[in-house]
Design a protein around this ligand. Structure first.
Ligand SMILES: NC(=O)c1ccc[n+]([C@@H]2O[C@H](COP(=O)([O-])OP(=O)(O)OC[C@H]3O[C@@H](n4cnc5c(N)ncnc54)[C@H](O)[C@@H]3O)[C@@H](O)[C@H]2O)c1
Length: 434
């Protein structure tokens, strides 16, 4: 198959690289010249484990290339994937479809021969039909079908998720489009990964429902964590006791500083908005959004308490600012609400993050970036563990405690324990829900 991938961000690049590894001919397109220049030079603009090696392999095999010329990439393609951003529209919570529709119009003017136009971006129900209308209006002669193919990869484990998915969801309207999609995903189909073929609307809904459900699960355990603190229970034990129940499962049951990232906040907001538009309020999702905001505020209070109720004049070392480990993505990371609150209160904040600096520098003005946790801890009044990078899981606690002015830790990922930290010389350990 010849594939054009429009949008070469976290999803477009990973999908393009993986499709080329399936054996397809893939051209990845982006409007950002700088990104394409980097890719052409063999450099990966994002941090995603394993992506550089897989990309180099497929470029060398002649199956993968990069361009800013959308028309050139679309010309003669069997399938054109739209993988552009769908951020929250300012003011109303809707998914902003400007980039999707602009791409659809450009694709319409460039298609030659039968083409399946596939939306991989996360989009509200009805968007694929809108894409269909936009393309038909822009080019009445275009021979095409639309397909919905939402993406479920997790940043940090994106290649494995793409290559070994729990399922692939394909929304189509006819057999012709279904056959092209089946050919594209044949390597997965042959290895018995479930390929779920549905109508367009169901495919679009599956993505929002899945993300809202996961956000709900995280928020549920975060709310339970708050109650654990009041009643003297340990949320880690509670999560374990719940997660061993096969009906519940242990994933997404780790209490922490609230969900963030490039998907959950915007997708829950969009789902809530879709419900309002259809006079069917998504009450659970709306509550989840509100509770998640409260969770983040509670984290700030937790840190304040650990600082003798004032940030002013304190030196705080923050470990991890990306929204989760193994990515450089800072979009809607909890750190973006927490760190400015510390600085706003007068604290001096030092940050350590294995990959977050290039994105984070502009988003977290006023922090000092340090290379390692021990340098950040030197003379600090408090250490806050915010993102659970592997690098932070086996720290030498005695060295950290010895380096600090007042050895106190707020562990927002429950990596360590009170007994261990106190034994190592910390005077205070504060976790979440314990
Ligand atoms: N990031 C994730 O983990 C993830 C997971 C599943 C689904 N999604 C969804 O996938 C979509 C893309 O997300 P992302 O994180 O990859 O976004 P991103 O912002 O990293 O990348 C989008 C890219 O599209 C490019 N672009 C925009 N308009 C273009 C056009 N007309 N022509 C060419 N390029 C164009 C931008 O320059 C940018 O590089 C979103 O809808 C998102 O919700 C993301």
């Amino acid at each position: 198959m010849r594939i054009a991938m429009i949008g070469t961000g976290y999803v477009g690049l990973v999908s393009g690289v993986c499709f080329s590894d399936f054996g397809h001919d893939v051209i990845c397109v982006d409007k950002a010249n700088q990104k394409i220049d980097m890719l052409k030079a063999g450099r990966v603009p994002i941090y995603e484990p394993g992506l550089d090696v897989l990309m180099a392999k497929n470029v060398a095999a002649g199956r993968l290339s990069f361009t800013t010329d959308l028309a050139d990439a679309v010309d003669g393609a069997d399938a054109v994937f739209i993988a552009v951003g769908t951020p929250t529209r300012r003011g109303d919570g809707h998914a902003d479809l400007t980039y999707v529709m602009a791409a659809a119009e450009e694709i319409a003017n460039a298609v030659t021969g039968y083409t399946v136009i596939v939306t991989k971006s996360t989009v509200p129900v009805g968007t694929n039909r809108q894409v269909q209308e936009v393309v038909a209006a822009a080019n009445p002669k275009a021979d095409f079908d639309v397909a919905s193919n939402p993406e479920f990869l997790r940043e940090g484990a994106a290649i494995d998720d793409f290559m070994r998915p729990d399922r692939v969801v394909v929304g189509v309207e006819n057999d012709r489009a279904a056959e092209v999609m089946a050919e594209i995903y044949r390597p997965l189909y042959l290895r018995d990964f479930p390929i779920l073929t549905t109508d367009l609307e169901s495919a679009e809904m599956i993505k929002y429902a899945a993300n809202a459900f996961l956000a709900t699960k995280i928020t549920f355990i975060n709310e339970i964590a708050g109650l654990c603190e009041k009643v003297g229970a340990d949320v880690k034990e509670v999560s374990r006791g719940m997660g061993l129940d096969g009906r519940i499962g242990n994933k997404f049951l780790h209490a922490g500083p609230g969900y963030g990232g490039s998907c959950f906040p915007k997708d829950t907001a969009a789902l809530a908005r879709i419900g309002q538009d259809h006079a069917h309020p998504m009450q659970i999702t709306e509550t989840v959004i509100r509770v998640n905001d409260e969770v983040k505020k509670r984290m700030i209070e937790k840190i304040r308490e650990a600082c003798d109720d004032r940030f002013n004049g304190k030196i705080i070392a923050v470990l991890g600012v990306t929204f989760k480990p193994n990515t450089d993505d800072m979009r809607d990371a909890p750190s973006l609400s927490i760190v400015p609150a510390l600085i706003g209160g007068g604290a001096k904040v030092r940050v350590v993050d294995p990959q977050g600096k290039s994105e984070g520098e502009a988003l977290l003005p006023g922090v000092d970036w340090c290379d390692d946790p021990y340098a950040a801890a030197k003379g600090a009044d408090l250490l806050v563990l915010l993102t659970e990078w592997n690098e932070f899981r086996a720290l030498n606690l005695s060295d950290l405690a010895a380096a600090m002015s007042t050895p106190r830790m707020v562990d927002l990922r429950n990596i360590y324990s009170e007994s261990k930290t106190l034994k190592a010389g910390f005077e205070t350990y504060v976790g979440v829900g314990r």
